[in-house]
Design a protein around this ligand. Structure first.
Ligand code: FES
Ligand SMILES: [Fe+2]
Length: 363
C-alpha cells in the first residue's frame, strides 16, 4: 500500500491578523532572537551612542573608554526615565529627570543628594546590559541573557558573507530607503523568502542576472541562505570586474531570522533588508546600501533607486494584497508547494520559516 502524507498547510490567518498574537510574539519570539542594532560606524568614537529598538523596547549602544561597545536598556535605574534619544556623543550618561549620572560602562557614578540616603551603596547600581555581537561590522543585540552566540544560530554565515564582500570592514552605510508596508511583518519576510512568485511578478529578476533554474533557498541553522548561478553578467546595469576576486561574479543572500537579511550582488555589492514590525498589520522595511570609499556613491544610489522602483515596488502590492486576504472570512490556508527537489518553484523555505514563526508565538 502506498503511504499518503497530507500536504503541509500554510499558517492560519490569525498569525497575521491578531493583535494579541503580535504581543505574544514580541515577548516569545522577537525578544529572544538576534536583531540588528546599528552599524559599528555609528559608534566609532569613545562616548558615541546610538538608540534602537527591539520588541518595543528602547535600547542604546555606546562605546566605552576601553573601546568596547556595550548595549543597555534605555532606562534609568532610579525611577525609570528614558536616558538618551537618537544618537550623539557624551562623556557621561545623565538622566534628564533627576540628573543621576552613569559611566559609559553603565555603572552609576553619582546623583544629587545621594549621600543623604543611609545604607545606599551606589556601586550596586548599573544600567541593565543586553548581549551584543559584532557581525562583520553589523552590531546585533539579543534581549535573552541566555541566548546562544550568533555562530550557533547562523552557522558559517559570518565567514561566508566576508568572503563574498572582501571590503566589508571598510563599508559604511550610505543610504537607507524606508518602505512602509501595510501588512504583518511575517508576510513580508515570507515573500522575501520564496521565489515561487518571482517569474510572474519580477520581470527584472527573471530576465536579469539570476539564472532562475538554479535559484534555491536552504536553511543553515536559523539562516535561510539564497544561492543562484548568474548569467548575462555582461548586461549588468553597472560595470563589474569579475576577475577582481573569486566571488565578484556571484549573487547570494543570508536571511538571519527573524528580521535581517544581507544580500550580495555581483561586484561584491552589499545591501540589506531590515524589517521593523510596527503592529500586527504594519511593517517598515529599511533597505540599506553601503559604500567602502566614495568612488561608488553614484552607482549605489542608482542601484537603490532601481531596486525601489522594481522589485520592492512589485513586492509591496503582493504583500498588502495578502494581508487583506488574511482578513477575509473566505480564506482557508492552502497547501505549501513543497518540491522534494527544492528549487525556485518550491516553498520548502516557507515551511521552515513558518515553523520558526509558530515557535516564536507558541513557545
Ligand atoms: S529617573 Fe533618572 S534620575 Fe530619576
Ligand atoms: Fe518578490
Amino acid at each position: 500500500m502506498t503511504k499518503h502524507t497530507l500536504p503541509i498547510r500554510s499558517l492560519d490567518a490569525k498569525y497575521y491578523t491578531d493583535p494579541a498574537l503580535f504581543e505574544r510574539e514580541k515577548e516569545n519570539g522577537l525578544a529572544r532572537t538576534w536583531q540588528f542594532a546599528c552599524h559599528v560606524s555609528a559608534v566609532a568614537s569613545v562616548g558615541d551612542y546610538y538608540t534602537f529598538s527591539i520588541a518595543g523596547e528602547s535600547l542604546f549602544c555606546i562605546r566605552t573608554n576601553d573601546n568596547e561597545i556595550k548595549a543597555f536598556y534605555n532606562v534609568c535605574q532610579h525611577r525609570a526615565h528614558q536616558l538618551v534619544q537618537g544618537n550623539g556623543n557624551t562623556g557621561l550618561i545623565v538622566c534628564p529627570y533627576h540628573a543621576w549620572s552613569y559611566e559609559l560602562t553603565g555603572q552609576l557614578r553619582t546623583g544629587p543628594n545621594l549621600r543623604a540616603v543611609e545604607g545606599f551603596d551606589k556601586s550596586t547600581v548599573c544600567l541593565t546590559a543586553v548581549q551584543l555581537e559584532n557581525f562583520n561590522g553589523f552590531l546585533f543585540a539579543n534581549l535573552d541573557p541566555n541566548a546562544k552566540p550568533m555562530e550557533e544560530w547562523f552557522p558559517r554565515a559570518r565567514k561566508e558573507l566576508r568572503q563574498f564582500v572582501p571590503q566589508i570592514d571598510q563599508l559604511k552605510p550610505l543610504e537607507w530607503v524606508e518602505i512602509p508596508e501595510r501588512c504583518n511583518w511575517k508576510l513580508s519576510v515570507e515573500n522575501y523568502s520564496e521565489c515561487y512568485h518571482c517569474q510572474l511578478n519580477h520581470p527584472t529578476f527573471s530576465q536579469g542576472i539570476v539564472k532562475p533554474a538554479t535559484y534555491d533557498i536552504q536553511p543553515q541553522g536559523y539562516c535561510l541562505r539564497h544561492t543562484t548561478e548568474c548569467q548575462n553578467l555582461d548586461k549588468m546595469s553597472y560595470p563589474i570586474d569579475i576577475e577582481s576576486n573569486e566571488y565578484a561574479g556571484q549573487y547570494s543572500s543570508w536571511f538571519l531570522w527573524p528580521l535581517m537579511s544581507f544580500q550580495v550582488y555581483p561586484g561584491n555589492v552589499l545591501n540589506t533588508y531590515h524589517w521593523h514590525p510596527v503592529s500586527h498589520n504594519e511593517v517598515i522595511v529599511w533597505r540599506g546600501w553601503y559604500s567602502a570609499d566614495d568612488s561608488d556613491i553614484d552607482l549605489l544610489r542608482k542601484l537603490a533607486k532601481q531596486d525601489r522602483e522594481t522589485t520592492v515596488e512589485e513586492d509591496i502590492h503582493l504583500v498588502e494584497s495578502v494581508q487583506k486576504g488574511m482578513m477575509s472570512r473566505g480564506y482557508v490556508p492552502g497547501p505549501l508547494v513543497i518540491d522534494p527537489a527544492c528549487g525556485v518553484k518550491s516553498e520548502h523555505s516557507i515551511k521552515i520559516l513558518q515553523e520558526w514563526m509558530r515557535q516564536g508565538i507558541e513557545r
